[in-house]
Design a protein around this ligand. Structure first.
Ligand SMILES: NC(=O)c1ccc[n+]([C@@H]2O[C@H](COP(=O)([O-])OP(=O)(O)OC[C@H]3O[C@@H](n4cnc5c(N)ncnc54)[C@H](O)[C@@H]3O)[C@@H](O)[C@H]2O)c1
Ligand SMILES: CC(C)=CCC/C(C)=C/C=C/C(C)=C/C=C/C(C)=C/C=C/C=C(C)/C=C/C=C(C)/C=C/C=C(\C)CCC=C(C)C
Length: 592
């Protein structure tokens, strides 16, 4: 979603690419520009299939890295897509001195965590709620990912994670200080004080255990067993909660149906499903990190994170190529050895990491190949969550009352509408924290609500445009009624994106927000990690453990890089233990 969002025709022409590259916040490093030119000229495979397939796995002792092979460049890893998951995997490998090539279909990095600029506004494409961005503990994975490549972003602490506006006029602000939050929630549900402390107390047990570990690949036995040895209690705590969901645990402590519905809303904003379907580990992570490290917004917008990672990647000697649309993953004897772009160019590497969703990876990039049993199982347990209708607006500043919070979640009348399409409304106003994102006297409103692509397909262009306007106007009126009188007449800029927009610009099947469980999952037990049934092919991003969320995909990137590094000889590994652990994890997933 960039300058070309509204005018797809422009996407492929140079004026669009040029304007995107020229945007004041986005300057490609000179090495990137050099690289772009070189690859355009060099349309030959970077390394032969033969060279690659002969040196894929081994231990540190056994395998020497192929620095150069007969004068040809050798990639240790090719990453398809530069979402945060792909970029974290790529940069973590690059700092281990792997040679990485990232191929991004779009003109800038970031995917759902990208940005676009219009009329003096800088809009975040996706969420503006940033977990893992503090300077404390082990779980600040965004801060750590940037630091690994020598980058640090200035952040602005958000005093209120979210302001909930719920049925029966229940209004709850999630204060940064845990005690303030508990005091606020207890003031609304005094009879449930014990229950509140019990449920959130369990969340803290999980968070504190996670925070005590060094986070690396749970698919790498030397690391995993090492952690069990060093932190047995913490690991057993996590193993205990791994197959459990937040809703079931909440019900152990809480009886009030309205408070349980509030816990559903708490979970819904991070998982797009209710608490009974939300893994307890994920709930523990986000419901505590917001108080521990706090929610922090990067100065200049969320897009700066991906930009910084991409620059850091290039600094470390690896490469990123834009407008590089991967059409196929190339297999040789059943092993992933390279990729083919839509313009016919081919690149080869020791390992291929896909940051496309698992549905896109196996349904499109490996079209024609038999779907592996593991992926069949994944698709049995998880379905694509709906996409979003999003409205990016510029408004006159005076329409917002003083002390308006940055993030809001609105569900007006009936708890039953929580998971319905268009039922609830997410609203971010990042200019509350960083006014530099909008012209003087203006604010940004980023409004989004769940919507399925089926609702938008098959419409003639005029009807499609009219429907966009109509549905957006209804959502804006709801916000006008609930929060900001006069909102409609204060709009100075408006752009509406539908699930089709998400599909087109984020390359996500049906524009999906990510995976969601088909029924009641066994917590995180059924969620696949990074290895796949195809030798040499790894997945990263939100259709891998632990799922949706920028910090979640950052963790997936860290795990993926560790597993790949072990497989290409940059980290220790044990073949025997690998077989045992990967077999065990595969079996555990079948229980979900
Ligand atoms: N709030 C929102 O609107 C919203 C929407 C969707 C996802 N999200 C969140 O964003 C995060 C997703 O992060 P992620 O790392 O999994 O991925 P991502 O979807 O953000 O990024 C994937 C990147 O891969 C690129 N890509 C996909 N297929 C490609 C191909 N064939 N060739 C080249 N490039 C290709 C895309 O252009 C994109 O840049 C999650 O946190 C998710 O929950 C937010
Ligand atoms: C492996 C086995 C069998 C046993 C080992 C036991 C063991 C050691 C387990 C270890 C597990 C670990 C390390 C798990 C780690 C889990 C982590 C790091 C989970 C992180 C989850 C993060 C999530 C779910 C973040 C979600 C954030 C989201 C989706 C935020 C979204 C925000 C919005 C959509 C915006 C809301 C917006 C408004 C405006 C309200």
């Amino acid at each position: 979603m960039n300058l070309c969002l509204q005018n797809p025709v422009k996407f492929d022409n140079h004026s669009c690419l040029f304007s995107a590259l020229k945007t004041s916040n986005f300057e490609l490093g000179s090495s990137q520009l050099r690289f772009h030119g070189r690859v355009s000229e060099n349309r030959k495979p970077m390394v032969s299939v033969r060279t690659v397939s002969s040196s894929v796995v081994g231990t540190v002792e056994e395998t020497k890295r192929d620095e150069k092979s007969g004068g040809e460049s050798v990639y240790d890893a090719i990453v398809i897509g530069s979402g945060i998951g792909g970029l974290v995997a790529a940069t973590q490998l690059a700092v281990k001195e792997a040679r990485v090539l990232v191929l991004e279909k779009y003109v800038i990095p970031g995917g759902s965590s990208g940005y676009y600029e219009r009329d003096g506004y800088t809009f975040d494409v996706g969420s503006s709620v940033m977990f893992g961005f503090s300077d404390k503990g082990n779980l600040n994975l965004i801060t750590q990912a940037l630091k690994a490549v020598g980058r640090k972003m200035e952040v602005i602490p958000d005093p209120t994670t979210v302001h909930f506006h719920l049925p029966n006029n229940l209004s709850v602000q999630i204060h940064r200080e845990y005690d303030d939050f508990v005091a606020e929630l207890t003031s609304k549900f005094p009879h449930e004080k014990e229950g509140i402390l019990g449920f959130y107390g369990d969340c803290w047990k999980i968070f504190n255990s996670l925070n005590s570990l060094e986070l690396k690949s749970l698919e790498e036995p030397l690391y995993l067993f090492g952690q069990f040895f060093q932190k047995p209690l913490e690991c057993l705590t996590l193993a205990y909660y791994l197959p459990q969901n937040a809703g079931a645990i909440a019900r152990k402590y809480i009886k009030d149906p309205q408070l349980l519905s509030f816990i559903d809303a708490e979970c819904f904003i991070v998982s797009t499903v209710n608490a009974l379907q939300t893994p307890m580990i994920n709930a523990g992570m986000v419901l505590c990190d917001r108080h521990y490290g706090g929610i922090n917004y990067p100065v200049g917008g969320v897009g700066g994170i991906a930009k910084s990672l991409a620059e850091g990647l290039v600094d470390k000697g690896s490469e990123i190529l834009y407008k590089a649309n991967v059409k196929n993953i190339i297999l040789n004897d059943g092993k992933a050895v390279g990729v083919r772009l839509s313009d016919g160019r081919e690149f080869f590497g020791k390992t291929i990491i896909s940051n496309a969703t698992r549905w896109d990876t196996f349904g499109k990039l490996l079209k024609g190949e038999k779907l592996p049993k593991e992926e069949e199982n994944f698709q049995k347990v998880y379905v694509k969550a709906p996409s979003f209708l999003s409205v990016h607006m510029g408004v006159k500043a005076e329409v917002l009352p003083p002390d308006t919070d940055c993030h809001h979640f609105v569900l007006e009348d009936d708890w039953k509408n929580l998971e319905e399409p268009y039922g609830s409304i997410f609203l971010s106003i990042p200019t509350i924290l960083d006014p530099s994102l909008a012209p003087n006297g203006r604010h940004i409103l980023h409004i989004f609500t769940t919507s399925s692509i089926e609702d938008w397909e098959g419409l003639p262009p005029k009807e499609y445009e009219a429907k966009k306007e109509r549905v957006a106007a209804e959502i804006i009126q709801r916000l006008e009624k609930k929060l900001f009188p006069g909102l409609s007449s204060s709009i100075t800029f408006k752009e509406v994106g539908t699930p089709k927009t998400h599909r087109r610009y984020l390359a996500r099947d049906k524009g999906t927000y990510g995976p969601m469980p088909r029924g009641t999952p066994k917590g995180l037990l059924g969620m696949p990690f990074n290895t796949t049934a195809i030798d040499g092919l790894y997945c990263v991003g939100d259709s891998c453990f632990p799922g949706q969320g920028v910090i979640a995909v950052a963790f997936s990137g860290v795990m993926c890089a560790h597993r790949v590094a072990a497989d290409i000889g940059l980290e220790k590994k044990s073949r025997v233990l690998d077989v045992g652990l990967l077999g065990l994890l595969g079996w555990l997933r079948t229980l979900a």
